[in-house]
Design a protein around this ligand. Structure first.
Ligand SMILES: CC(C)(COP(=O)(O)OP(=O)(O)OC[C@H]1O[C@@H](n2cnc3c(N)ncnc32)[C@H](O)[C@@H]1OP(=O)(O)O)[C@@H](O)C(=O)NCCC(=O)NCCS
Length: 183
């Protein structure tokens, strides 16, 4: 199957690789962290069996990919980048990034997004989109800082802790990103 990303990538202080079978437990642990689950549309914990099945499907997919990111000098785990709904006909993709709790607040997400956005736009993708819960203020600040534009609000799309929350949709176009040159 043709790969979208040419890995491993050496990006300044990071090594970025395809998620492999040996990495799925580290990815599951991050997914199941309370700070990540609370911002997902489905906040259920994932079991080892579910994770294995998910990985088998992922390995077969031509539209979804996962990258695992390490700090280069120490090989410390930093996070997982996701790319879904790769649509080469319409040149669009849905992305996302989770940073492991210990490594947050160090501007790693900004550096990783800038590196991978440049890569994605060079691959002739025109539109990148993502969505987040209205309560995820850190992610909303991050997406605005990267130049994403708010596209809309899925009103009361999520039932969480006894109340409905809106889901906010953002997108970024190649011309906007490259013209802004804020990387
Ligand atoms: C969202 C996430 C990827 C951001 O990564 P991070 O390492 O925490 O953030 P960074 O240190 O790279 O900061 C990037 C920007 O995010 C925003 N940000 C980071 N920490 C913040 C905080 N405590 N309060 C408000 N905004 C914050 C800022 O805009 C910041 O840029 P600035 O400091 O130059 O203004 C990370 O917090 C995370 O994985 N959270 C849990 C899972 C999640 O929410 N994933 C996204 C789902 S849509």
């Amino acid at each position: 199957m043709k790969k979208f990303f040419k890995t491993p990538m050496k990006a300044n202080e990071f090594i970025i690789k395809d998620l492999e079978l040996k990495d799925i437990e580290i990815a599951r642990k991050l997914h199941n962290d309370k700070s990540v689950l609370k911002f997902l549309t489905d906040p259920s914990r994932v079991s080892k069996i579910q994770q294995s099945k998910w990985f088998l499907n992922l390995a077969e997919s031509s539209k979804s990919f996962r990258l695992i990111i390490f700090e280069k000098s120490s090989m410390t785990f930093i996070g997982i980048f996701r790319i879904d709904q790769l649509d080469l006909k319409n040149k669009s993709v849905v992305i996302g990034l989770d940073i492991t709790p210990k490594q947050r607040g160090k501007k790693f997400s900004l550096k990783i997004y800038h590196y991978l956005l440049r890569y994605i736009f060079k691959m002739n993708i025109n539109r990148v989109s993502l969505e987040t819960l209205e309560t995820n203020k850190i992610a909303i600040n991050l997406y605005k800082k990267l130049g994403f534009k708010k596209e809309g609000r899925l009103r009361e799309a999520i039932w969480r802790d006894g109340r409905f929350l809106d889901c906010i949709k953002f997108s970024l176009l190649k011309k906007e990103y490259l013209d802004a040159k804020n990387f």
